[in-house]
Design a protein around this ligand. Structure first.
Ligand SMILES: [Zn+2]
Length: 183
């Protein structure tokens, strides 16, 4: 199953691992632990699959849904739930993956320690705190395609971006308008 990376931030893309949320709770793209490992690598958070466990997957989904609900709250669509704030904060205070500089024959290189799923979830939680709590939090949007529902950060200067992706939902909208103009 393909993942979607149109959100502009890792934590926003993480919420896109549930598709079509408008329909019956949506469909789960993280259907098994291996899918979570694949998401981490495709998201560019690590080069090595952290070999997630079932418990990791359960924690990831819990964190993801807390992040999603708080993003909706930031968009004025719901009240922020104290449990969700607590969940995100608990992960955000855990240590993220460590990196350090190493001197090699070819110069200075970044050395990443062996990553773990809890460290990657901590990194996502920190990104969510930043995305939701930062002054730019008002740029969080939901795609206006009613059959999409993905979130994204609108970084356009005018702040008028409507779709998660121009090539997917944007062109669909254009095509629909073209057809209705012809009829
Ligand atoms: Zn969309």
């Amino acid at each position: 199953m393909d993942f979607r990376f149109h959100g502009g931030r890792a934590s926003v893309n993480f919420t896109a691992t549930v598709g079509k949320r408008w329909h019956d709770g949506g469909f789960e793209r993280l259907s098994e632990p291996a899918a979570l490992g694949r998401w981490f690598t495709e998201a560019g958070l690590t080069e090595d699959d952290p070999h997630c466990s079932l418990a990791d997957l359960r924690h990831a989904r819990q964190l993801r849904e807390a992040i999603y609900r708080l993003m909706l709250a930031r968009m004025g669509r719901a009240r922020p739930m104290p449990d969700d704030v607590a969940t995100v904060n608990a992960w955000a205070t855990k240590p993220p993956p460590t990196i350090e500089l190493r001197t090699t024959a070819s110069g200075l290189r970044v050395q990443r320690a062996q990553v773990t799923t809890p460290a990657l979830l901590a990194q996502l939680a920190r990104d969510a705190v930043d995305t939701i709590g930062d002054a730019d939090g008002h740029r969080l949007r939901e795609c206006t395609n009613p059959e999409c529902s993905l979130l994204f950060v609108d970084t356009s200067r005018a702040g008028t971006r409507r779709w998660c992706s121009m090539s997917a939902c944007g062109s669909r909208d254009k095509m629909a308008r073209y057809r209705s103009n012809r009829n």
